[in-house]
Design a protein. Structure first.
Length: 196
């Protein structure tokens, strides 16, 4: 479902090679990755994926986190991008209610992203984003529902080379972090995840 221009165009071939490499990426088994329609007006080439993080046992329909990963490619190098590729991401998860008042939550959420990129060896420039906490309280007929707190990490950055797979791995790690999953020990590789 990626958005592509005319075949035979060198940029199309470059984009197709990256898409093929991304399709071979396997994330942790808790991450369900699905290709979805990509935005068509932002760049000449685009691919988009959504993901849900679910437990590997117990209630397999319980969603621990969700997100979206969009890869844009524009051979004209838009000035704000500082390159021909741009990644735009979103990650969201419910947190413990006591985190609602933590003044460091935003900085911690951003560090989860940058640490994931660093650990994956994903080099980038021109990063930008927001970390938002959403507190929901219910009233009247819904007053028996407990309060909830969600964190949303929205970020974009420009990879410094064509190895986009490390960036997808980093985003997958971010999703697992916001979901509250323990990181894999050093040297341990997750068994392949499934694509729907």
């Amino acid at each position: 479902m990626s958005n592509r221009n005319i075949s035979g165009d060198p940029s199309s071939a470059e984009f197709d090679a990256v898409v093929q490499a991304l399709s071979a990426v396997r994330l942790r088994p808790e991450v369900r990755l699905t290709e979805v329609p990509a935005p068509s007006r932002i760049a000449p080439y685009a691919i988009a994926m959504t993901a849900e993080v679910v437990p590997t046992h117990g209630d397999l329909d319980e969603e621990l986190a969700s997100g979206r990963f969009v890869l844009l490619h524009d051979p004209d190098r838009p000035e704000p991008w500082e390159g021909t590729w741009r990644i735009v991401t979103f990650a969201r998860a419910e947190l413990e209610p006591e985190t609602a008042t933590d003044p460091m939550l935003g900085a911690v959420g951003w560090s989860w992203l940058t640490d994931s990129l660093s650990t994956a060896g994903a080099e980038y420039v021109a990063d930008a984003g927001t970390v938002t906490r959403v507190v929901s309280e219910s009233f009247a007929g819904l007053g028996d529902r407990p309060s909830s707190v969600e964190i949303e990490v929205r970020a974009s950055w420009t990879p410094v080379d064509d190895d986009i797979t490390s960036h997808l791995h980093a985003w997958g790690a971010l999703l697992c972090t916001v979901a509250g999953l323990e990181p894999l020990p050093d040297g341990v590789v997750a068994l392949p995840g499934q694509r729907r």
